[in-house]
Design a protein around this ligand. Structure first.
Ligand SMILES: *Cc1c(COP(=O)(O)O)cnc(C)c1O
Length: 408
């Protein structure tokens, strides 16, 4: 069955978002009428494209309190993270080869870090507590003489926990260490001020904020301190040599329009989406026992609701809930079902991790959809639990964890 056969309720906005119609509208002229190469300096086609990207650059910069020359356009947050981490690592290697990150980062941070480790760098991976928060003292203690970069995300993509970015930035700057933040889940949703927060490098992506896929940006600080990065690939010297390649003009125009809309609507979107998320959580909690909210309930993204439903298995749940598009706490890697490494890092057991669902709401989510999703989830969980001997035992007061199952 394809998604066009049934009207699915989309609650997977932390994976990607639909492009806002206003964004599509803004992009359209740049596919044909104004198709020029922003690097063409000799004619109107090029000038028009350059003007559009410059205006987009200013919009992106203003939205995070940066200068337009500090914005590097990329193909998305994966590239931005790689450029920030590998670029700093190469440029500052003479100063030191130690970097710091944490266990719940996106793979687009953890994998370049692992690649650096293989290349002779040292990486300290900070732990998180049961809500996904790092310990600032642990960060302080991890910083060494040869530390060149701290990379800690602004908001987590699985559980929505928001890191204390300003406090982290302060610690980094007190110690003369550069601070990169993967802010992909926060851009357009949370207030960001790179000056106030002492951020040196910041990654963002258009498709997480109602813009198109395949375009993103990296903020690279130019003053206090001036950050220098070695490019990851080489070519025409675009983006002041940091990122060669012809600019994706329609994508960039779309990203800026998307960011602009996010800023205009931020407070009202935040309020409305929080209310919908809380309504979903309340409806589930009213009808179901043995729920665990994963993440920090007092400090998470408005859109984010990650719940473990004990005594049901995530994949069976997803099948039962086929009318709703959500993500589960199991990631299909090769043949096996691996529980989410983010939940694992928070100390969530494999069983609960497998039974977890990430609901993420968005700008176009309605109360009706939330009610329907709650209804479907409740009936699925109840049905699966009715078939679960473990659940029956738990209802009888038997501590299921203490039961010995023998060899199997
Ligand atoms: C989606 C996401 C990414 C990857 O962004 P792309 O633009 O899809 O490459 C990186 N980090 C976080 C936190 C994300 O949510």
């Amino acid at each position: 069955m394809t998604s066009t056969d049934v009207q699915q309720i989309y609650l997977d906005h932390q994976a990607t978002t639909a492009v806002d119609e206003r964004v599509v509208e803004a992009m359209l002229p740049y596919f044909n009428n104004k198709f020029g190469n922003a690097a063409s300096r000799n004619h109107q086609f090029g000038w028009d494209a350059e003007k559009a990207t410059q205006s987009a650059r200013e919009t992106m910069a203003a939205g995070i309190n940066a200068k337009s020359r500090e914005i590097v356009f990329t193909s998305g947050a994966t590239e931005s993270n790689n450029l920030a981490i590998l670029g700093v690592a190469k440029m500052y290697a003479p100063k030191g080869k130690h970097l710091i990150t944490c266990s719940t980062e996106h793979k687009a941070v953890l994998d370049p870090m692992a690649a650096l480790q293989n290349a002779g760098y040292e990486v300290t991976v900070l732990n998180v507590d049961t809500k996904g928060n790092i310990d600032l003292n642990e960060l302080r203690n991890a910083i060494r003489e040869d530390t060149i970069l701290v990379s800690l995300m602004m908001a987590n993509n699985e559980i929505g926990t928001i890191h204390p970015v300003k406090a982290i930035g302060d610690i980094c700057h007190e110690n003369g260490v550069l601070f990169h933040t993967d802010a992909t889940q926060a851009v357009g949703k949370e207030l960001i001020n790179v000056q106030e927060m002492n951020i040196d490098l910041l990654s963002g992506s258009a498709h997480k904020m109602y813009g198109p896929k395949g375009v993103g940006f990296l903020y690279v600080r130019r003053r206090n301190p001036r950050v220098r990065i070695e490019p990851v690939f080489y070519g025409g010297g675009h983006e002041r040599g940091m990122r060669s390649g012809t600019l994706n003009v329609p994508g960039i125009v779309g990203m800026a329009k998307a960011f602009e809309i996010c800023q205009t609507d931020r407070d009202s979107d935040h309020q409305r989406i929080t209310a919908l998320r809380d309504s979903l959580q309340a409806q589930l909690a009213a009808e179901l026992t043995h729920l665990t909210i994963n993440g920090d309930e007092n400090n998470r993204l408005a859109c984010s609701l990650n719940i473990s439903f004990a005594f049901v298995e995530g994949e069976s749940m997803l099948m039962g809930m086929s009318g709703i598009a959500v993500s589960s706490g199991s990631a299909c890697t090769s043949a096996s079902l691996e529980p989410s490494y983010v939940l694992r890092a928070m100390g969530v057991g494999d069983d609960l991790a497998h039974s977890s669902i990430r609901f993420s709401l968005g700008r176009f989510t309605t109360q009706r959809e939330v009610d329907r999703a709650a209804e479907l989830t409740i009936s699925t969980v109840k049905r699966l639990r009715d078939m679960s001997p473990l659940y029956e035992m738990a209802l009888e007061g038997i501590d299921v964890a203490s039961v010995s199952w023998g060899a199997h």
